[in-house]
Design a protein around this ligand. Sequence first.
Ligand code: ADP
Ligand code: ASP
Ligand code: MG
Length: 400
Amino acid sequence: MAILVQKYGGTSLASEEARRRVLGHIERERAHSYALVVVVSAMGRMGDPYATDTLLSLGGSAQSLPPREKDLLAVCGEIISANVLCGLLRSEGVPSIVMTGGQAGIRTDAGFGQARIMRIDPDPVMRQLEQGKVVIVTGFQGQSDQGDFTTLGRGGSDTSATAIGAALRAERIDIYTDVDGILTADPRLVEDAKPLDTVSYAEITNLARQGAKVIHPRAVEIAAQSNIPLRVRSTFSDGEGTLVTADPVSESQVRDRLATGIAHVPKVTQISVTADGHKDMQLNVFQSMAKHGISVDFINVTPGGALYTVFDEDADRALEVLGKLGYTPAAVRGCAKVSVVGSGMHGVPGVMARIVEALTEEGITILQSADSHATIWVLVRQEQMTAAVRALHNKFELHL
Ligand code: ADP
Ligand code: ASP
Ligand code: MG
């Protein structure tokens, strides 16, 4: 039995017309004799009635909910969309069944809001596939050993899809979304961003980690571990989208390009702390951030101080914690991290010079920078983020 996993994101399920498209993709693959598992997200985005953000903002009450109950509220969106799709499939005579994450055998730890998948029992889904049913699985959720609903972190339906695909040894996992595949930059910022035909797991993991939210990085890591090909494609067209594998077919496309794409993370605050004679400053700063669940990034530690970023929404808390420890931190709020990602840049001289050139030509100041073998990061002011992404996209000729 050849198994295909399809995952549909929020916008792919948001309207009657979109759901008709979904139906078309399901019927096409069934006609190719695939056994289908369809993983769904909640319908729509913030403001739409059953979107995750909308549920979590209901009456402002979710803020005071304990994590377990907050997850129980959050999973409702996927449960609704799965049943809406099941109704549509059945009205068209397609045998189908809805399974929650738990019913589909996904066991997680009890880390509500950010649960980790511990194991997946493929048998319950397999039994339904063997009966010829399309199995619709609610994305983004699993079940703890205590029987509680858990969520896998925002954007977690991608992870559900690849984890189920790996457990079932699927032939391929298709991630259907609202763009034509993985592009050289977010098309919302760069009009002439180009879809990539093929990318490696490593490159898309890097892009996704640096903010290209077209697919969740954890989802790619799971697909890579099992070596199952992924396709990122549009629900709204019949294009093939981007194929993600360990060893992309058209190697020249991957290896000969210096940069693969530009990614960005908006709304971060740069914090700098100086030791000022305090003992164990480095240890105190990072232990205190960890203790308060504040995620830190862009870290630069010297004997005299520490420089790092936190999300804008965590900045007040971070500064308060540091203040209580006796430090006088400085903060630059409203920054953005922009990254040039590409395995082709490793060892090539002049890449940083190009980046500085591109940004200087636009009058953009680099507040901080760092590099690894396949990524160069710069921190800029939020209001210059779009200009920075566009300038770098142009400089690396990604539109060609
Ligand atoms: P879904 O609801 O289908 O999971 P998401 O909103 O999570 O969709 O992801 C799709 C969005 O990712 C696109 O609408 C696009 O704006 C954004 N995006 C960011 N970077 C990229 C990129 N490099 N390629 C394609 N899309 C990107
Ligand atoms: N609905 C969840 C979210 O908005 C999961 C997902 O869409 O992947 O984060
Ligand atoms: Mg998504």
